[in-house]
Design a protein. Structure first.
Length: 109
């Protein structure tokens, strides 16, 4: 009689595959230049088992969740007129080093 169950056997390998998929997502997220370099990523694997009184079997549930990195915030300016309405429709980022802007001239009416 087999005494040990391995990680790869839970759910006929489904838990292992779910974990591998979340690792792929995490690695892609680590490479995303839009995410903060120092932000942490977390993969949580949950396995819950409950046996009946006879303890001859167990109902097992499992899942994998991932918390990915955080996008860096920014700042912008909104130009507001005397009536309290925004007079500029475009929001201009204050830290323009992150963006490649080209000058846009306004059409004169």
């Amino acid at each position: 009689m087999k005494q040990n169950v391995t990680f790869g056997e839970i759910g006929n390998g489904e838990l292992l595959e779910l974990t591998n998929e979340e690792i792929r997502k995490m690695v892609a997220d680590l490479r995303d230049p839009e995410k903060l370099a120092g932000s942490k990523r977390t993969i949580t694997i949950t396995i819950t088992a409950a046996a009946p009184e006879r303890r001859n079997a167990a109902k097992v549930s499992y899942g994998v969740t991932t918390k990915l990195g955080v996008r860096e915030g920014g700042e912008c300016q909104i130009f507001i007129g005397g009536t309290g309405e925004a007079v500029e429709s475009a929001l201009v980022p204050i830290n323009q080093q992150k963006f490649d802007f080209t000058a846009v001239e306004r059409e004169e009416n």
